[in-house]
Design a protein around this ligand. Structure first.
Ligand code: FES
Length: 107
């Protein structure tokens, strides 16, 4: 599985893993800046907010009720088409790679 985290200044961090992990968990374990994951993936903090690249939009799981609620509480503005909680998207099981933009407010 491969996850690319992109920043407004053009910087990119790539995390590659052999085992499935959420966008949040993979970032936290690899020390990727800007993904905090304060609640540990319980859809209670929104510090794992990312903007998913449009190319992957059609391949994501649907937004659940709890995720929907937390997406109203993100520090950076919600983008209706691209905002997701990083803890709710697992990469490496079905979806093999993804690219996301990390909101400035979380860095
Ligand atoms: Fe807290 Fe995703 S880690 S909502």
């Amino acid at each position: 599985a491969k996850i690319v985290y992109r920043y407004r200044d053009g910087a990119r961090r790539t995390v590659e893993r052999d085992t499935p992990a959420s966008i949040m968990r993979a970032a936290v374990e690899a020390g990727v800046p800007g993904i905090v994951g304060e609640c540990g993936g319980q859809t209670m903090c929104a510090t794992c907010h990312v903007y998913v690249d449009d190319a992957y939009a059609g391949r994501l799981p649907v937004i659940g009720d709890e995720e929907e609620e937390m997406l109203e509480c993100t520090a950076a503005p919600r983008d209706a088409g691209r905002s997701r909680l990083g803890c709710q998207i697992v990469v490496g099981a079905g979806l093999d790679e993804i690219e996301v933009d990390v909101p400035d407010t979380q860095i």
